[in-house]
Design a protein around this ligand. Sequence first.
Ligand code: MG
Length: 339
Amino acid sequence: MTQDNQKRIITMAHGSGGKSSAELMAEIFGKHFKNETLDKLEDAAVVEVTSGTYSIAQIAVSTDSFVVSPLVFKGGDIGKLCVCGTVNDLLMMGAVPRYLTCGFILEEGLNIDLLDKIVESMAIQAREAGVTIVAGDTKVVEGNGGMYINTTGIGQIPKGRKVSSAGCKPGDVVICSGNLGDHHACILSHRMDIHNNIESDCAVLTDVVEGLFAEEIEVKAMRDVTRGGLGTILNEIAASSGVRIELDEESIPVSDEVKGFADILGLDPLYMGNEGKLIAVVPGDQAEKALEAMKASEHGKNSAIIGRVLEGEGTFIKTRLGATRRLDVLYGEGLPRIC
Ligand code: MG
């Protein structure tokens, strides 16, 4: 938000997940809602259930609103997306997702058969993810037949798991669970009426996460690489942990088709949104074992070690030509209504 503007207004950039979104969070929501849990800015809040003075359980809570356009796309729809997005945010804290609530905002004129299909898709995805939809709400507003969904998720954190964006130390290694940019390229292809085979990667990442814990990997931090892309998310982790993250450009997985698509449109896969990819930060001496575990999972088969954690600050990338440059957070609008 520019300070010299007399009348400050919301712009599409405030929804990008990048720099403007972070400023809005800090200047408005963070200012008024400030508390120890929210201030951690994790994918999901971790709260304690206590009995007397004893903590008896740790619960992860996350909420997310879905405004994607178009409502149906190759590889998914807003129904599948709203389950995957919230469930993945719970998983990123090491939680076992259990319950979901859903709030629907429907515009007048929405096709009821389409709504039926989207809700069915939510139900199928929720069953697959092992979550039960336990509460919901519906509102109807004037409009042009569109719809929006908010989902809130609750998960239980098994004893002993402590995953946090603030948990990274020099010597740790960054692993990415697969090809970047698929969801972004898919949504943009639909909007621009470009015909290709790029599908959204929209998926629940339970297999990747539980694969790591099954191998007893000491997972330091995890984030799903959504809006804002890898560049933004790694900057947030580097800031929370007070470390420098250095990526190796050569090792970052992107499919040939998305690479070609991004080249033509001048997009950088490091800032493209995904809906079924995560990065995990693990101790250096467990990196190979963690990589193997991730590669063995269906949604992690293209996993790659992409960088390391060093002393210092910020996020940097070693380019193919051997130079090192700073990788900033996403500036500007990104792709509006990508999720
Ligand atoms: Mg997230």
